[in-house]
Ligand binder design. Structure first.
Ligand code: C2E
Ligand code: CA
Ligand code: CA
Ligand code: CA
Length: 278
């Protein structure tokens, strides 16, 4: 038993070492990657499922590392967040996404662009002035910009969060609650926050129609959003059945692999063609 214990210890310490090394590697590579422009913003359409018409896009960052290939955001965003690099990277994402929105507007496409904010970025005292500058410089209509935040980002310092939200909203942008239903359930707080949109998390959508609890929860979130006069977007929609369920429950804007994964701007013509064919 003793020998086994020792092996187990070695096993875990090796795992920890590997994790720490990977973290260190990513941290170093992030700095280089930002400097050398290894990042690209991809866009996933949000579709009005009544007409298969794109109403907006969510901006999702992609990292194409010269040796490692594509490194997923779930792997590097937490490290960018912990090191503070997210502030610089996040400002670049805001800039890219607003330039994209301005290009769409110049083609008469009235699409919204949803941009994820990390906790660190949201708390940053310069966020409002950074965004204000980007909006003015790109000429994007502020109402086209939807900022996605999670419940947990709002719950820590409630008063500070409310103040920051009001300052962002004063720029004319909208606020969206991402992954709704997965955080601390904060229904009583929800009315205190000046938010505009709820995004129903994929975890509630993915097992529709097999899981009747998930169907009840999804229907309840949509109904509550309507009562609070919030718009609602369903995430992670992969099947026709899920779309039918959502539509029957008065949720008409959906996002997910059923319509398209996130794509580069160059792939948009192909995306429009695909949506036409559905
Ligand atoms: P999220 O904001 O909840 O983004 C949705 C994630 O679900 C994306 O993964 C998207 O590609 C994926 N997804 C969309 N539709 C489907 C579907 O039908 N099925 C499945 N299985 N997945 C679907 P992605 O791009 O890997 O991003 C993961 C997370 O990384 C995001 O979750 C977000 O928390 C973070 N992230 C991504 N881009 C950014 C960014 O620009 N800034 C910040 N702060 N975080 C980002
Ligand atoms: Ca999101
Ligand atoms: Ca989400
Ligand atoms: Ca998520």
């Amino acid at each position: 038993a003793k020998a086994k214990g020792r092996n187990t210890y070695h096993f875990y310490s090796q795992e920890l070492n590997a994790a720490a090394n990977e973290r260190l590697f990513i941290e170093n590579e992030l700095r280089t990657g930002i400097r050398e422009g290894q990042f690209q913003v991809y866009y996933q359409p949000q579709v009005d499922c009544r007409k298969n018409q794109v109403v907006g896009y969510e901006a999702l960052i992609r990292w194409f590392h010269p040796n490692e290939g594509m490194i997923p955001p779930t792997k590097f965003i937490p490290i960018a967040e912990a090191t503070g690099l997210i502030v610089e990277l996040g400002a670049w994402i805001l800039q890219e996404a607003c330039e994209f929105a301005a290009r769409l507007a110049s083609q008469d496409l009235k699409n919204n662009i949803s941009i994820n904010l990390s906790a660190r970025q949201f708390k940053d005292a310069n966020l409002v002035s950074t965004l204000d500058k980007i909006i003015k410089q790109t000429g994007v209509e502020p109402k086209r910009i939807h900022l996605e935040l999670t419940e947990s980002m709002l719950m820590g310092h409630v008063e500070a969060a409310i103040l920051q939200l009001h300052q962002l909203k004063a720029l004319g942008v909208s606020i969206s609650i991402d992954d709704f239903g997965t955080g601390y359930s904060s229904l009583s707080y929800l009315k205190r926050f000046p938010v505009d949109i709820l995004k129903v998390d994929r975890s509630f959508v993915k097992d529709i129609p097999e899981d009747s609890n998930d169907m009840e929860i999804t229907a309840a979130i949509i109904a509550m959003a309507q009562k609070l006069k919030l718009n609602v977007v369903a995430e992670g929609v992969e099947t026709k059945e899920q779309i039918e369920f959502l539509q029957n429950n008065n949720c008409f804007v959906v996002q997910g692999y059923y319509f398209s994964p996130p794509v580069s701007e160059a792939e948009l013509p192909k995306l429009y063609e695909h949506l036409q064919s559905l």
